[in-house]
Structure formats: C-alpha cells, structure tokens
Design a protein. Structure first.
Length: 305
C-alpha cells in the first residue's frame, strides 16, 4: 500500500480558499462563515464570481472547474474549503484529469456533494482529505463541539485518537483496522460503473446522507452490495442518516436487518456529516473501529509539519 500524501498542517496566517464546485448558495451566511474563519487566524480568499448561478449550480461547469483547478495549482493556498454541497461536483471530475500533475497537496475539506472531489483526490492521487462543514450552510449553526473538532483536525499533526460519542449505536460487534474511506451514500452510489468508483477493498467504509427515505437507503445499499463493494470490507461506519421521515429506531432496525450476515464490525450514527455538531474527520489514514464499545480511533496523524 502506498504511503498517503498528507497536506501541511494549517497555522495562523495561512491562506484558505473557498470554492463552490456544486450548488449556488446565499451570500450572507457565506460571508458570516468567512468572518468566522478569519476569527480563527486564517486569511480567506474567494473569487467574486463564486456567487454566480446557473440553474441549480454555482455558475457554469467551466467557472466551477477553473476556480477549483486555480486553487489546486496555487502553492500559496494551503487549504480549500467549500461554500456548500448540493449538486454539481461530479460534473467537473473529468476536467481535473488533465491538470493532475500541476496540483500541490493541500487540505481539501467538505462533505455531501464534495464527496466526489474528496474521493477523487484520495483514490486517484493518494491524498488525505477531510470531511467537514461547508461555509454557507454549516458555519452559522456549527456547535462548539463541531468548531473545536474542525480546529483540532486542521491545526495539529497528532492523531485525532479515539472518538466515542454517546449517540453511537452498535449494529454488529467486533473490531477492525483499515484505511477509512467514504462520504455521502448517494454520491458514492452515483460513481458505480464510472472511472471514479470508490475502492473499498480492505477498507473501513463511512456512509452518511440526508433526506433519503428508508426505501431509498435500502436501494442504495443493495446497489453497493450487488456491485461488490461490501465483499472485502473490514468494517462499516454509518454516520447520520438524517431526515428519513422515520425515527432512529426504525432506521437502526433497517440497518441491522440489511447487514446481519456481514461478519464485520458495524456502527451507526457517528456524528460527522449532515448534523449541526458535525465532527471533522480525515479520510485516507489508518483507523481502528470498535463496534462492541462503539468508537473510531484515528491511529496516525492526517497532516505533516
């Protein structure tokens, strides 16, 4: 297994760029998010055309791809964060291919639709990436726990260590170690059969989503399983499956039924993704999943000095 490419740890004064590779968004919460980042000691930059709209997108595919490629090829930029998720990142993946050799490793942070970008860089280039909050959607309501997690994840070379939250639910007991990969369930499902399909062999798979009814979750898990993505997994971490129109017990029972025959550790309701107190976590590094006494332990640092 190749050694992961870890971005540099962030420090006060570093330049953080904000990209909008997906849906359009409201300007005021975005600007409040920018100010919050500045209050943490960072310099923040964004292009004025980030507020562009084209139907449900933050401007044309060309605008969004050139914005992201420009940031990825600028060595002065130490991190790229996202304005929001929604839809659209998958439309620009092929535009990244030709520019790969020009990219300099840096922190990539987002979630939801940005899953496509995170997995692209994790799988194609071996970068460690981060699942964390978006500026225009999350920073207004980010809890103290979420903000502390964001700062800790991006400003220290030390491993995050063990994370055990009271909301964690055991689906199938046991322990396992492996590289953590994943993100938003619906976006991962969308990559099946494409050059960007996620590799889950010997991995611990993270899955979360929002607004999907139980039958839709069932359908996507079926598709992943029939495509062979569960065949050589070491473990599964289900994050929040929010706004399913059913209570937590209903969804828990669905998951227990769905994975009952998988002889691997599985937990549900890990707090990273579509929740207001979302934790920032790295993908692409070695982790230990304990599903008996539910916790996820990050065994190595995600950043280098």
């Amino acid at each position: 297994m190749k050694k992961p490419i870890k971005p540099k740890v962030l420090k006060a004064g570093d330049i953080l760029a904000i990209a909008a590779p997906s849906s359009s968004f409201e300007k005021e919460p975005f600007l409040r998010g920018v100010e919050k980042l500045k209050s943490l000691g960072f310099k923040v930059m964004f292009q004025e055309d980030i507020f562009a709209t084209r139907r449900y997108l933050a401007g044309t595919d060309e605008r969004r791809s050139q914005e992201l490629i420009g940031y990825l090829t600028d060595p002065s930029i130490k991190a790229i964060l996202t304005a929001r998720g929604g839809y659209g990142a998958g439309r620009i993946l092929n535009k990244l291919d030709a520019a790969q050799s020009q990219f300099s490793p840096k922190v990539l942070l987002g979630y939801s639709d940005f899953t496509s970008i995170l997995n692209y860089f994790g799988q194609m280039l071996g970068w460690v990436t981060f699942q964390g909050p978006c500026l225009a959607k999350d920073f207004d309501q980010l809890s103290p726990r979420g903000l502390e997690s964001l700062v800790q994840a991006l400003t220290s070379t030390k491993p995050l260590g063990e994370i055990s939250a009271p909301e964690l639910i055991t689906i199938h007991p046991g322990t396992a170690e492996g590289i953590l990969v994943g993100g938003c369930l619906s976006l991962i499902t969308c990559t099946l059969g494409t050059p960007y399909q996620i590799n889950t062999q010997n991995k611990i798979l993270y899955l979360e989503d929002v607004g999907e009814k139980p039958y839709s979750i069932d359908r996507m898990l079926l598709q992943l399983r029939q495509a062979g993505l569960f065949d050589e997994l070491r473990g599964i971490v289900f994050g929040p499956l929010k706004d399913t129109h059913h209570d937590l017990n209903y969804v828990t029972d669905l998951l227990k039924e769905w994975v009952a025959d998988l002889p691997i550790p599985i937990v549900f309701n890990f707090p990273s993704g579509h929740v207001t107190d979302s934790l920032t976590i790295p993908f692409g590094i070695n982790t230990r999943l304990n599903a008996t006494k539910p916790s996820l332990t990050f065994l190595e640092g995600a950043l280098e000095s």
